[in-house]
Design a protein around this ligand. Structure first.
Ligand code: LLP
Length: 442
């Protein structure tokens, strides 16, 4: 099992005695220290991935900013680690902005997103001095202009353009088709850029596109740059607006199961470089400063979630084999939301051969609360640890308290040591917003 799942495990994972270790720390030690479920990030893996992203674009002549999409997972500790390596942050709420600022990310490396930004969010972004606000609608341009007027400030902006490109991914995470709720059509984008350029409140930098998420093919980046080149040429000729900055968003996928093989950041960089020379420069445009916003591909493969096995049973006409674990859709809603696939390991005996396909079910009161429907495993034993790899993105950040379960701890392991990034929620914290519960306990 271990060797087969090697490609989807964090790089520091090993198992000299059959027990999975991450960053040199045996998983039983993590379970003892933090309880289960627990999400453990491999610090070495995170650092290597961040460097791979930065190095991939380091030679771009017009410079590149790699801004981590904090929605994938944000905690102050995580952003400090990534920020210290030189990454900026893509934020799309007051909460994400707060975390980025508290982590010490330089405001000029923060990019503000959102398809319905509130006045309070725009005010906070302007006050913090964020590097870019990505305008998503005409109404937002008006609102931002008013915020800037009141604050007597100026702001660098991009406009989010919908390129009307189809990509291969789950429809809930594809964003660049016509009719998506994000961004504006190319015609409206041109109008907004022209309007913004005419106002002394805006420093018009360029455009943003985000193709979609969990893309396992680099070709959409080539297609979008080719299309943008023609559009930017026409825009410039007609209005004089220059695209100085091209933000190509996030979207690079990861391997959740062994047969998925995503391109590397270097492969994406090569496609972007070639597309820029074949279409952008060919159209006589100056090379733009690039912005990349990787989320999933930055942190997804760096973490493993550990669960404790509870009830093991077979049921139904087909004799489905269930292994129930002590978490589920509350710590990882992705299988339920996107039919996402995962693999599992019995973490204390990773070299044992699988004897059947198991359904890994969660504790929640829903039939859809199944994390995996086809996990090849040896027969699990109650009380042992089960590990699900590739849970570093959009698991903890989308966690809920469904069935009033406390959210789990998130920890960082490195060089034989571990520390919490986010500790486990307590029952008192869970009830802290329940007004009557608090009154009753005083
Ligand atoms: N930039 C923008 C403007 C975005 O909307 C997103 C993701 C990213 C960057 C980062 O994309 P990534 O590199 O992570 O693919 N909850 C879903 C994913 C939603 C992605 C939303 N936007 C999931 O679990 O698959």
């Amino acid at each position: 099992m271990f060797e087969q799942l090697r490609p989807i495990l964090p790089t520091s994972a090993d198992a000299p005695d059959g027990e999975l270790r991450l960053g040199g720390v045996p998983v039983t030690e993590l379970a003892r220290a933090y309880g289960t479920p627990v999400i453990a990030y491999d610090g070495a893996h995170l650092e290597a991935t961040a460097r791979a992203w930065i190095d991939a674009f380091a030679s771009h002549p017009a410079g590149a900013t790699v801004a981590y999409a904090t929605k994938a997972f944000s905690s102050v500790g995580m952003l400090r680690l990534l920020g210290d390596l030189g990454l900026g942050a893509d934020v799309s709420s007051l909460g994400e902005l707060q975390v980025a600022l508290r982590a010490g990310i330089a405001p000029e490396l923060i990019i503000m997103h959102g398809n319905n930004k509130s006045r309070a969010e725009l005010e906070a972004g302007v006050e913090a001095g964020v590097g870019l606000v990505v305008v998503d609608a005409e109404q937002e341009l008006d609102l931002l202009e008013n915020v800037l007027h009141v604050a007597d400030a100026t702001q660098a902006v991009l406009v989010r353009v919908n390129p009307d490109i189809e990509v291969e991914t789950h429809r809930y995470i594809s964003t660049s088709h016509a009719g998506s709720k994000f961004g504006v059509t190319s015609d409206v984008a041109a109008t907004l850029l022209e309007r913004a350029a005419a106002s002394d409140r805006f420093d018009v930098r360029g455009v943003h596109v985000h193709l979609g998420s969990q893309l396992l093919d680099a070709d959409p980046w080539r297609r979008v740059i080719a299309w943008l080149a023609g559009w930017a040429r026409e825009l410039h000729d007609r209005t004089g607006v220059v695209i100085h900055t091209l933000d190509v968003g996030g979207g690079l996928g990861i391997a959740y199961v062994e047969d998925q093989v995503p391109p590397t950041p270097a492969a994406i960089a090569a496609v972007v470089r070639d597309a820029l020379s074949e279409s952008w420069q060919a159209a006589g445009l100056e090379l733009p400063h690039l912005v990349l916003e990787p989320g999933r591909s930055m942190v997804g493969q760096a973490a493993v979630t550990l669960y404790t096995v509870g009830v093991v049973k077979q049921t139904g006409d087909d004799d489905i084999r269930y292994v129930n674990v002590d978490g589920g859709m509350s710590d990882n809603p992705r299988p339920t939301l996107y039919q996402a696939r995962y693999r599992a390991l019995l973490a204390e005996r990773v070299h044992d051969a699988a004897d059947a396909a198991w359904w890994v079910a969660g504790v929640h009161c829903e039939s859809g609360d199944v994390l995996i429907e086809d996990a090849p495993l040896p027969t699990p034993r109650p009380g042992e640890l089960l590990a699900i790899p590739a849970t570093g993105a959009y698991a903890a950040s989308m966690a809920s308290n469904y069935n009033l379960v406390p959210r789990c701890a998130v920890v960082l392991v490195e060089n034989g040591t571990h520390r919490p990034l986010v500790r486990r929620e307590t029952l008192d914290e869970l009830l802290a917003r329940d007004v009557d519960a608090m009154v009753a306990s005083t």
